[in-house]
Design a protein around this ligand. Structure first.
Ligand code: SF4
Length: 176
């Protein structure tokens, strides 16, 4: 299976806790004013890449604590990303997923789209919501604007509502 990517970074420290391999999914319909990655919006842009090739690169990144799916909008390509997420988790790596959708919207979309549901469930941490220029804050961890939340996905799915991640949760292997 292939995925359309805008690019990837083998080692990043700004896209989630610790050193992370970051995939930038190509395609986004949110068109947030002030978006820093407009080149990721076109659904037919970027490059089609084989999942196996990407997984091989992730396996070679020995210093990483986890993988981050960013974009673009990762949930537009939920089906191939779920496959990759399962392989990543089998390596014992955590997963951070970014989305321009809010957690509640993804829950609703997941009601009719199994791949969306599965990608959400495969994520440890969701950075949710659109970038809002009026709420831009460069001091926030892993986010660009104050409306975006860090969602503890496993706890949120159990609770049936968004549970925000806090520093107190560092017992989790993702954040240790
Ligand atoms: S969701 Fe992300 S990539 Fe898409 S327009 Fe908004 S900031 Fe840009």
């Amino acid at each position: 299976m292939k995925i359309r990517l805008a690019g990837y970074i083998p080692e990043s420290v700004v896209d989630g806790p610790g050193i992370r391999f970051v995939l930038f999914a190509q395609g986004c319909d949110h068109h947030c004013p002030g978006c820093h990655n407009p080149q990721t919006h076109a659904r037919d842009g970027g490059e089609l890449v084989d999942l196996g090739e990407i997984f091989d690169r992730i396996k070679k990144a020995k210093l990483i604590r986890g993988v981050t799916f960013s974009g673009g909008e990762p949930f537009l390509q939920a089906a191939p990303l779920v496959q990759l997420a399962r392989q990543i988790r089998a390596l014992g790596l955590g997963l951070v997923t970014y989305s321009g959708y809010r957690f509640e919207e993804l829950l609703a979309l997941g009601g009719t789209d199994k791949a969306v549901r599965d990608l959400l469930a495969a994520s440890d941490l969701l950075v949710d919501g659109p970038y809002m220029e009026a709420k831009r804050d460069l001091g926030l961890a892993f986010r660009g604007s104050a409306n975006q939340r860090l969602i503890d996905v496993p706890r949120s799915l159990i609770a049936g509502q968004a549970v925000e991640w806090t520093e107190v949760d560092t017992g989790d292997k993702l954040f240790a």
